[in-house]
Design a protein around this ligand. Structure first.
Ligand code: NAP
Ligand code: HSE
Length: 435
């Protein structure tokens, strides 16, 4: 259908009418959508009887995907269902049918982005996914457009709103993990299955997408080091604060000697750096380009309206292509000279919390193990001694050490008779002045 004539409308089909889909439907039917000639044709749901945040005419709501994927009136398909299947199948069908696609689905893009980008190119249409990382923060578009002349040196991000909300609530001292998670779900930040957030799959999907765009490296999600926030306990926040740090779920990708290291794990962040103050559902992505230097993208990483903002940006770009022709920028070429490095190669300072027997000689045994593995102790705190149980918490801060050595040390310390538990090992993130 010719979309270039005066008054020609661009037909939109929504796959999903939940938290984000309802907000996008509202935006499409607002003056912004109408003034740009966008027309919402149909929205796919599972259960048409469900109460929704948007009131659509019943004939617009369907349970039949073909009503969208095979409709000649629909030019742009917006996938907001989530999950790998049938979302992947529907996106593939839409692209093959010559429809532009925008999606907020980080799982599909991180696992199948390469093939879908090829499919879009083969069919002369666009595949956009600004909302898949960082909710309302424009980060995909800057990587695809404004920063293409840069060699990206590193990315460091808080890209999961739910865990940042939970960690912020826990840091403030008043909330348990379970209460903070329940509130995040009530507010619509958390995925239906919180495992994706809490065990850091969501952050892994997102850093995989960002690393592909920033470095031209295809980063399979199963090759990314992943550690969630379940082990992070109230004491860790207390001790971290005493040592001048806070705790964040960090996603990072950086060029190191010999390759690219991509990792997601809780990290001690110095309390006086800006990232330590990114609280609640806010997300941030720090990008360091060789030309641009350090950049900082901060905003609401989840929620109906911020995510709809990113989706609508994509839809309007696709509509402009339909009206005026041209193409949208492609992801960088794959760089075969930048291999992925294993987490064992990482080097940083560590925070190690142990529950130990409170008696002479304990520290000497632990220090012996660390010394054998060339790990130098920076400081030791003995906290929360419990004379009745004869136990105490020991917090050891190390100087920079190799991950492989630290993991070996943890195994050997855990086997010492004087150590009840290795309660937590948290990496300390270094910042230029701290290196
Ligand atoms: P949601 O509230 O669970 O909505 C999902 C929608 O998809 C519902 O309308 C559901 O129908 C429909 N749906 C799911 N599976 C379907 C199927 N097999 N057939 C037909 N319809 C189906 O999810 P959401 O929070 O809006 O998230 C949507 C996407 O945006 C996800 O990829 C998510 O990761 C991403 N995202 C979300 C946020 C956020 O803050 N929520 C932020 C950034 C990105 P029913 O309503 O009938 O169940
Ligand atoms: N569950 C995700 C988060 C939603 O908490 O960040 C945004 O992708």
């Amino acid at each position: 259908m010719d979309k270039r004539g005066p008054g020609a409308q661009v037909g939109i089909g929504l796959l999903g009418l939940g938290v984000v889909g309802s907000s996008v439907a509202t935006a499409l039917r607002s003056p912004v959508g109408r003034d740009h000639g966008l027309r919402l044709c149909a929205a796919l749901v599972r259960d048409p009887s469900r109460q929704r945040a948007v009131d659509l005419p019943p004939e617009m709501v369907t349970t039949d995907p073909d009503a969208i994927l095979d409709s000649p009136d629909i030019d742009i398909v917006v996938e907001l269902m989530g999950g790998e299947q049938p979302a992947l199948e529907y996106i593939s069908r839409a692209l093959s049918a010559g429809k532009h696609v925008t999606t907020a689905n980080k799982e599909v893009i991180s696992k199948h982005g390469e093939r879908l980008r090829e499919l879009a190119a083969e069919n002369g249409v666009s595949l956009q996914y600004e909302a898949s990382v960082g909710g309302g923060i424009p980060i995909i578009s800057p990587l695809l457009n404004d920063l293409v002349a840069n060699e990206i040196l590193g990315l460091r991000a808080i890209i999961n709103g739910t865990t940042n909300y939970i960690l912020t609530q826990m840091a403030s001292g008043g909330t348990s993990f379970d209460d903070a998670l329940a509130e995040a779900q009530r507010l619509g930040y958390a995925e239906a299955d919180p495992t994706a957030d809490v065990d850091a799959h969501d952050a892994v999907y997102k850093i995989s997408i960002l690393a592909r765009l920033a470095f031209g490296v295809s980063v399979p999600v199963e090759n990314i080091y992943r550690e969630g926030i379940r082990r992070t306990a109230a004491q860790d926040f207390r001790y971290a604060e005493e040592l001048g740090y806070t705790i964040k779920l960090l996603a990072a990708a950086r060029r190191e000697d010999g390759g690219l290291l991509v990792r997601v794990h809780p990290a001690l962040i110095p309390g006086d750096v800006p990232m330590a103050k990114v609280e609640g559902v806010l997300n941030v992505v720090e990008v360091e380009g060789d030309l641009a230097g350090p950049l900082w993208f901060q905003g609401r990483g989840a929620g109906a309206k911020p995510t709809a903002s990113a989706v609508m940006g994509d839809v309007l770009r696709a509509a402009a292509v339909l009206r005026h022709g041209g193409t949208l920028p492609q992801a960088r070429q794959i760089d075969p000279g930048l291999p992925l490095l294993a987490m064992a190669e990482h080097e940083c300072k560590y925070y190690l919390r142990l529950t130990v027997r409170d008696r002479p000689g304990v520290l000497a045994q632990i220090a012996g193990v660390l010394g054998d593995l060339e790990i130098s102790i920076a400081s030791v705190l003995q906290m929360d001694a419990d004379p009745e149980r004869g136990a105490a918490d020991l917090v050891i801060m190390t100087h920079p050490a190799r991950e492989a050595n630290m993991q070996r040390a943890v195994q050997r310390i855990d086997a010492l008779g004087v150590v009840d538990t290795v309660a937590n090992l948290i990496r300390v993130e270094s910042y230029p002045a701290d290196r």
